[in-house]
Design a protein. Structure first.
Length: 135
């Protein structure tokens, strides 16, 4: 698979091809955002859309990335990622290169336990456990 960025100009053309993937990923997002909000963030350019395609340009996976700056580094935060067989060293390496090309010096994500086990296989480490109370 090859990881490609999708330009803001092509989000509305690409969305129908990735919406079902994000719908599956969104089941585990803990209510952080809806599908419509993911699309809006991608379409506005606030988030970056990456797709994993085969030799025939068929999409097998997609990720949305939010970039933000911390005092000591720039984070490419994976807000959602879905697809089949996309968490492997090759695809993850390509994602990291895309994030570096956008200035990121770190990649982060929030993950449930089963996804965290996959991410550890490609070199990610647990850094924090996020706690929350609704106010």
């Amino acid at each position: 698979l090859t990881v490609l960025p999708v330009s803001v100009n092509a989000i509305h053309q690409t969305w129908p091809l990735v919406e079902e993937l994000f719908e599956k990923a969104n089941k585990y997002d803990a209510g952080d955002y809806t599908l419509e909000q993911i699309k809006a963030c991608l379409a506005s350019g606030s988030w970056l859309l990456l797709v994993a395609v085969d030799e025939e340009n068929k999409i097998h996976g997609a990720a949305s990335i939010n970039f933000y700056n911390m005092p000591n580094y720039r984070v490419g935060f994976i807000t959602a990622m879905a697809g089949k067989a996309i968490v492997n060293e090759d695809v993850y390496g390509q994602v990291c290169e895309m994030l570096k090309a956008n200035g990121a010096t770190r990649v982060q994500c929030a993950a449930r336990e089963s996804a965290a086990r996959l991410y550890k296989q490609v070199g990610m480490e647990e850094r924090h456990v996020i706690m929350e109370t609704k106010l």
